[in-house]
Design a protein around this ligand. Structure first.
Ligand code: MG
Length: 399
């Protein structure tokens, strides 16, 4: 992508703050990028963030990283790429309804999982355990690391040089120890202040997306069934409605109709509750949003309860299902074994990873080496991790 200097005389840039509420993020109030760059022509700063994310290598790898199911389980299951697109779709609907910045929202949504390891949470927990002696591994922090440090696409800087607001949105959680290292970006975790509304709503859109698509994927994989799902209020109510209106509808279409209505219920509740909260707090700009003692984006008390009920159900019936557990146990073993092999003997690393690792080790000793290995493993797709495991451990693979 080529950034040309904005020629505002012949190509007027459409005002991206048109129609936005006063508390929305805007180019004019942005805390800017780490490295100064000329403004883009024809695009807003946050559109440019989004475009940089879409063109990154880490974004393409999301296609072969898992949410709950290992990638080769079946072609219909969500991957982190389709999940990120669903999050973006839900988040943009909410952003538009609340008149906040849709471009920033989209950028945060598409980038939020860039730092995820292969094999979903199992991979991340395994890598975190391996990294315990070296400062741990947090996937949110890794997403930030990808856009700040690991992507190598520009002549002038490492990373994607995203705006502060995009980076703020990507860093959803962070330990205090890491927050202290991050300067302005980490400050809110120490001060207990809030991120932008765009960041807050994308965080909840993420939850809405995965809770509901895990219901859909779980049913498809026959790990859960409709009867047990009727224990969950949110499902039961929509299911009863759909059955009453369309008693002869096939099961597949019934499930889609129910899941679609579940998402809609949560999104509508979130928009309406948040609209009220914003009205009451009346923030007159983004800084007032950040200073507000609690997040302004929220569910009603009733929906929060229903949401927790759905999450509890998914945790015990789906994520802890023995078949999922078998998959994730194997996956965790692959990640730990790869880490062990590479930390012990970094010469096993392929060239690029080896150079990266050596550079970090020169600067930071063993913790640096470990971070380099973690970066390499975190960047792997599910199938690449399995292939690497075979190459490193299987004596039949002597190539
Ligand atoms: Mg996510």
């Amino acid at each position: 992508m080529i950034d040309t200097k904005a020629d505002t005389m012949s190509h007027p840039i459409p005002d991206p703050s048109n129609g936005l509420a006063p508390y929305a993020a805007t180019d004019a109030q942005s805390h800017g990028r780490q490295y100064r760059e000329p403004s883009p022509a024809y695009r807003s700063e946050f559109q440019r963030d989004r475009d940089r994310i879409i063109h990154s290598a880490a974004f393409r790898r999301l296609e072969y990283k898992t949410q709950v199911f290992v990638n080769h389980e079946g072609d219909l299951f969500r991957t982190r790429l389709t999940h990120s697109i669903e999050v973006s779709q839900i988040a943009r609907s909410i952003a538009r309804a609340l008149r906040v910045n849709e471009d920033l929202t989209e950028a945060i949504a598409l980038a939020h999982d860039l730092g995820h390891t292969p094999f979903g949470h199992a991979g991340q927990d395994a890598l975190n355990a391996c990294m315990k002696p070296y400062g741990g591994f947090e996937h949110n922090l890794q997403s930030l690391r990808v856009v700040v440090e690991l992507e190598e696409r520009y002549a002038e800087f490492r990373g994607l040089n995203l705006t502060f607001e995009a980076r703020e949105g990507i860093l959803k959680h962070c330990s205090n120890a890491n927050a202290r290292e991050l300067g302005a970006l980490g400050q809110r975790f120490l001060d207990h202040t809030q991120p932008s509304l765009e960041a807050q709503l994308t965080n909840l859109a993420d939850e809405i997306a995965y809770n509901n698509h895990d219901v859909d994927d779980g049913l498809r994989a026959r790990l859960i069934d409709i009867e047990e799902l009727t224990e969950v209020t949110l499902f039961r109510e929509q299911y009863a409605e759909v059955r009453a209106a369309y008693p002869d509808l096939s099961q597949r279409r019934t499930v889609h109709e129910v899941v679609r209505r579940m998402i809609n219920r949560q999104v509508v509740d979130l928009i309406e509750t948040s609209t009220q909260r914003i009205k009451t707090a009346a923030p007159d700009n983004i800084e007032a949003v950040r200073r507000h003692p609690e997040p302004l984006i929220a569910y009603s008390a009733e929906m929060r309860e229903q949401n927790l009920e759905l999450k509890r159900f998914l945790r015990t019936r789906l994520y802890q299902h023995y078949r999922v557990h078998r998959m994730t146990t194997k996956a965790a073993r692959v990640v730990s074994a790869l880490f062990e092999a590479f930390i012990e003997d970094p010469q096993l690393l392929p060239d690029d990873a080896s150079v990266h690792c050596k550079r970090l080790e020169t600067d930071g000793g063993m913790p640096g080496r470990a971070r380099g290995v973690a970066d390499y493993i975190a960047g792997m797709t599910d199938r690449y991790a399995i292939t690497e495991y075979e190459r490193v451990y299987n004596p039949r693979e002597l190539t």
